[in-house]
Design a protein around this ligand. Structure first.
Ligand code: 5GP
Ligand code: MN
Length: 345
């Protein structure tokens, strides 16, 4: 059985909105990942089952390895269909904000969402949610927004309305935000939920293959290249990998090709902190991705050195400057955080 994570008042409040709403819009963060798309489509399938007019809108493109997901073809990309999306957002009865905690995380969509008279609900698991939604379902202790969507639907009494397609989306989000249940995945209720999703007929093994084993040859070669260049800092229990724009061209890089790279250095014995620096092709900046295992707070380091944030074990930020400068700043950060990086236990 599941414990009641979401407060009853929030369940009742949203159930009331659901009763009255017809036009519903679901939005998620820029650079949508498996959990952003999984939770959005999981909720979308449910809203369809309740005969709502529902639309999922994301700021920009999502990776190819999520395109198999049922409903993904109906996702609206804001950077392509701004006018239509603006209309949907302005005319919505309810806007569901999924898997982000601040309006800045939806980029160019922020204004439209902020100015819409729609009722707004936040369903998210990032720390410190900003105050822009009437209902705030924020649970950083839960490993994915998709799990929260499952819990919300069930608590409203609609488990039986979850379809196989909806279950596939929810499962995908739970799986990707835990690295295939290898981190943030010790809560035993996760496995109860998986069992419930399996009862809907999902093939979890096939989903794993569709998401993680559909690499292009160029992605795998890029991975090999990046790992060859990897820098390991044994005295800091850390490692760094990087990818310049030039290297991206050399390996026919397309969006999503470096997804997950940042986790690889953590498979080295004694490395507990990993950094991935990628030259952005749209903005003049270096995108920083950080991952840690155990107690090392990479969100604190991201905030202090790269104007970013995120979770304890997965965070990111941005750096405006050259790759060499970004690497220097990273090395300064290592020095500053050396006591925490080398702490026992
Ligand atoms: P990723 O490395 O997958 O891009 O990001 C991991 C996590 O770090 C995200 O889920 C998000 O919480 C956080 N994050 C990434 N980039 C930024 C950023 O620029 N600013 C903030 N505040 N958080 C970020
Ligand atoms: Mn998430």
């Amino acid at each position: 059985m599941l414990t009641k994570v979401i407060e009853q008042a929030n369940i009742d409040h949203f159930a009331k909105w659901l009763d009255r709403a017809d036009k519903m819009v679901i939005v998620s963060h820029v650079g949508p990942d498996g959990d952003a798309i999984g939770s959005s489509l999981g909720l979308w399938h449910f809203l369809n089952s309740q005969d709502k007019t529902a639309n999922v809108i994301v700021p920009n493109a999502f990776p190819d390895f999520l395109r198999w997901m049922p409903g993904s073809k109906d996702i609206l990309q804001y950077d392509r269909y701004k006018e239509f999306a603006d209309k949907l957002i302005a005319e919505a009865d309810v806007i569901c904000c999924l898997d982000f905690n601040a309006l800045s995380r939806i980029d160019a969509m922020a204004e439209a969402v902020k100015n819409s008279p729609a009722r707004k609900i936040l369903i998210d698991h990032h720390l410190h949610p900003e105050d822009f939604c009437k209902i705030v379902i924020s649970h950083p202790e839960i490993s994915s927004t998709s799990e929260l969507v499952f819990r919300l639907i069930c608590r409203m009494g609609y488990f039986s309305d979850i379809t196989k397609q909806g279950a596939e989306c929810i499962y995908t989000g739970m799986m990707t935000d835990t690295g295939g249940f290898t981190y943030n995945s010790n809560n035993r209720e996760i496995y109860f939920i998986i069992s419930e999703l399996l009862s809907k007929g999902i093939d979890k093994d096939a989903i794993y293959r569709k998401v993680f084993n559909t690499y292009s040859e160029s992605r795998l070669r890029l991975m090999g290249h990046v790992l060859t260049q990897m820098k390991v800092y044994p005295e800091y229990h850390a490692a760094m990998i990087s990818l310049t724009e030039k290297e991206q061209k050399q390996f026919n890089y397309i969006r999503g090709d470096s997804e997950g790279f940042v986790n690889i250095p953590l498979s080295i014995k004694n490395v507990i902190f990993s950094c991935f620096l990628r030259e952005d092709t749209e903005k003049p900046m270096i995108k920083i991705s950080l991952r840690s295992v155990g107690k090392f707070p990479c969100n604190q380091l991201a905030a202090e050195f790269f104007g970013g944030g995120g979770h304890l074990n997965a965070s990111g930020g941005e750096f405006y400057g050259t790759m060499e400068e970004a690497q220097k700043v990273f090395e300064q950060a290592l020095e500053k955080y050396k006591p925490l990086l080398t702490a026992k236990g």
